[in-house]
Design a protein around this ligand. Sequence first.
Ligand code: IMP
Ligand code: MG
Length: 187
Amino acid sequence: MSSSARTVSEFTNTNLEPLLTAEQIQARIAELGAEIARDYAGRDPLLIGVLKGAVVFISDLMRATDLRLGVEFIAISSYGSSTRTSGEVQIVKDLDVAIEGRDILVVEDILDTGLTLSYLLANLHARGARSVKLAALLDKHERRVREVHIDYLGFRIPDAFVVGYGLDFAERYRNLPYIAILRDPES
Ligand code: IMP
Ligand code: MG
């Protein structure tokens, strides 16, 4: 290890203002999982996680959902800087399976403008899915440009840039076990 190795804790960085604790997140996910299991009873939904932000959420949500289900992933890029979404959307890693006739539950980390999800939900509908619903951990509702219905919502949050629990700033902070507001993205 070089002499310049960082010794500062990543999880207690002073640039992070805690917003939701790991315990609050787990308690809400237990409720969402129970609700999903009830709503889809007797069916075999396919959970589609949106890479990479939703990876942590989907891994906890599927274990809170006592149901026969499948899991797939899709990756989407919305061009622009890391704190803004431009509205241009492209699928960069598509599903490996056909979804015709399936009950789809898209699992996303956060809805901001709604542009990414409105594109994705329409795209999945067009492939002949029987139903397409959405679970989102966070909703920054004030910033919505395109209305998107969230069937299973974790938390509504203020208009601030948040990181942790899968959410990143320039690929950093996905590993925080809680969600924090990033005070100064430049530091
Ligand atoms: P939308 O198309 O504006 O709804 O953008 C949603 C995507 O932007 C999310 O899936 C995130 O990848 C990213 N995003 C939006 N707000 C935040 C944030 O506060 N922190 C981290 N990523 C965010
Ligand atoms: Mg995302």
